[in-house]
Design a protein around this ligand. Structure first.
Ligand code: KG4
Ligand code: ZN
Length: 362
């Protein structure tokens, strides 16, 4: 069945959408519907398996291992989700899956699974853009934002500022010219000898730092005053490498020195992200900011953004912490909102995935 053939259930029940995420190193399955009284999206159940432990031995994601693991996990995760939501597979009205961007093999697992399931159930499929999932995920929070808003998307592969006017109405305001914010966290964490994934480890270490030592470290804030909404984080990595090498020549970083450098990196990334968010609010005249993607879980970024937005009398919205990093809930939600708003995906889906895919083409 194609999406255009979809007819919303005419009984009291709102559409029930199954979401499947497999673009990188997390397999996520979830069921989302609408609250029939308030019309707000409702997460009925979700299950997630993270491959972090498996990839940790290699210091990063191994694509072939990722694909194989998605294959092993996806059916048990579906069963777990159905049980958590107390729903039968036959009750599902449509199936959404991440069609890109991401690792080709990993994406193909989710796509083949969703397409095959939809074919067997005679239900429509919705190919979803991974970043659309991230940027709509705060709509599942207890106090969701209203459209329009500025969205800061900060994940392992992307750093973008978008103007979001509604479902499927996304305008790119600016993005990174090189490394993404998550990549800057991960790469500098690696230089500091922290494990994979580096972001959460670096953030944790930064919380133990002595502020006096942190203040002594001067790191660049790339493109802070560029006057536009573009970012660049590659220089930061080089600055950290220089410091690590200098410390090595003098016997290596002490624990206190490592923690201070971690906090200085976190502060440098945060300062740039916050300044550009405020500039984006000024430029668009909007007063709502949504933060999404894995780096949105960073506590220092959250606190600094909240203070900066309060000063501007702007509101800032974050997804629930469990919905910040990759998950099936955000994909089910994006599918549900596409279906109910009538703004259907431009991509037909099928068994083709899009490892590289600009969000405005979704
Ligand atoms: O959105 P996400 O789960 O996956 C992608 O779509 O890329 O984001 C993963 C990124 C990684 O770079 C990870 O290090 C970063 O988010 N991350 C964090 C934190 N939690 C995850 N970075 C800084 N602080 C955190 N607490
Ligand atoms: Zn992601």
């Amino acid at each position: 069945m194609t999406v255009t053939d979809f007819v919303a259930p005419n009984h009291a029940r709102a559409p029930l959408v199954l979401g499947v995420e497999s673009s990188c190193d997390e397999t996520g399955v979830a069921l989302v519907t609408l609250n029939t009284q308030t019309g707000a999206p409702l997460l009925l159940g979700q299950a997630l398996h993270t491959q972090v432990a498996m990839h940790a031995a290699y210091g990063g994601v191994v694509p072939e291992l990722a694909s194989r693991d998605h294959i092993r996990r996806v059916v048990p995760l579906l069963r777990q989700t159905l049980a958590a939501a107390r729903v039968e597979l036959a009750d599902v009205d449509a199936i959404a899956y991440t069609a890109g961007p991401g690792l080709a093999g990993a994406l193909l697992v989710g796509s083949a699974f969703a397409e095959a399931l939809a074919f067997a159930l005679n239900k429509p499929v919705l190919p979803v853009h991974h970043l659309e999932g991230h940027l709509l995920s705060p709509l599942l929070a207890a106090e969701p934002p209203q459209f329009p808003f500025v969205a800061l998307l900060v994940s392992g592969g992307h750093t973008q500022l978008m103007r979001v006017s509604g479902v499927g109405a996304y305008e790119l305001l600016g993005e990174t010219l090189d490394d993404a914010a998550g990549e800057a966290f991960d790469k500098t964490a690696k230089l500091l000898g922290l494990g994979y994934p580096g972001g959460p480890a670096l953030a944790q270490l930064a919380e133990t730092a002595d502020p006096v030592l942190v203040a002594e470290i001067k790191l660049p804030r790339p493109m802070l005053h560029s006057g536009d909404l573009e970012f660049s984080f590659a220089g930061l990595k080089t600055a950290v490498l220089t410091r690590v090498k200098a410390a090595e020549a003098e016997g290596g970083l002490t624990d206190a020195g490592r923690a201070a450098l971690a906090a200085a990196v976190q502060a440098a990334i945060t300062d740039v992200l916050v300044a550009k968010c405020i500039q984006a609010l000024k430029q668009t005249g909007l007063s709502r900011l949504v933060v999404a993607g894995g780096v949105g879980a960073n506590r220092h970024l959250r606190a600094t953004l909240m203070t900066a937005c309060k000063r501007r009398k702007a509101e800032v919205f974050f997804p629930e912490l469990s919905l910040c990093t990759d998950n099936g809930g955000m994909i089910a939600l994006a599918g549900l909102l596409r279906l109910t708003s009538g703004v259907l995906p431009k991509t037909a889906g099928g068994f083709s995935v899009q490892p590289r895919w600009p969000l405005i083409d979704a």
